[in-house]
Design a protein around this ligand. Structure first.
Ligand code: ZN
Length: 192
């Protein structure tokens, strides 16, 4: 399910997704990623985190409530490219591949992104700031084989590794229980 640090796939530079060849496959991949994102209550998920080293990620920064439940703000990024980034802001970030760990990371405060596939409501370009800009940059890192541990010094890397190690067992149990939820969600969609 979700690949945890130090799984080597998290260090892979992802390949562009060939839309011409695989558009039907993309739909099912996105359905799966959406189900995983919501089951794990994440704000973002990149394809390498589910074991597919392709330039794709999904985002929903809605915290909770009916909009999140309905997936109203679900965004898809296929072959994303950052056209512009401005400003600077420090904030704490976690990652589904690093259970129990976080790091303060400096990011651009505003980004403009372009994709090969509609992100949201048919739009293929998007300007983002705040949390959305941060999550986009975090997920872009994943596509380049970079994770939060690459943003910090040696001492902090040690503590991140230690925390992840401590949490891996619980996380794997959590994953097991979510696997059933996810397959039910996907089955429900197929039947409906
Ligand atoms: Zn992450």
């Amino acid at each position: 399910m979700i690949k945890l640090y130090p799984n080597p796939i998290l260090k892979k530079v992802c390949e562009p997704y060939d839309l011409k060849q695989n558009e039907a496959l993309l739909e099912s991949l996105l359905r799966y990623m959406k189900a995983v994102l919501y089951a794990f209550d994440g704000v973002g998920l990149a394809a390498p985190q589910i074991g597919d080293a392709k330039r794709i990620f999904v985002i929903d920064i809605t915290k909770s409530g009916t909009e999140r439940q309905a997936g109203t703000n679900f965004m898809v990024f296929v072959n994303p490219e950052i056209l512009e980034s401005t400003g600077e802001v420090n904030s704490e970030e976690g990652c589904l591949s690093f259970p129990g760990a976080s790091a303060i990371i400096k990011r651009a405060s505003l980004v403009r992104v372009k994709c090969d596939y509609p992100i949201y409501h048919g739009e293929t370009e998007l300007e983002a700031e705040g949390l959305l800009a941060r999550v986009i940059q975090h997920e872009m890192d994943h596509l380049g084989g970079k994770t939060l541990i690459d943003h910090v010094g040696k001492t902090q890397q040690y503590f991140i590794r230690k925390n992840v190690k401590k949490n891996v067992k619980n996380e794997l149990m959590r994953q097991k229980s979510f696997a059933t939820i996810i397959s039910k969600v996907l089955q429900g969609e197929n039947n409906g």
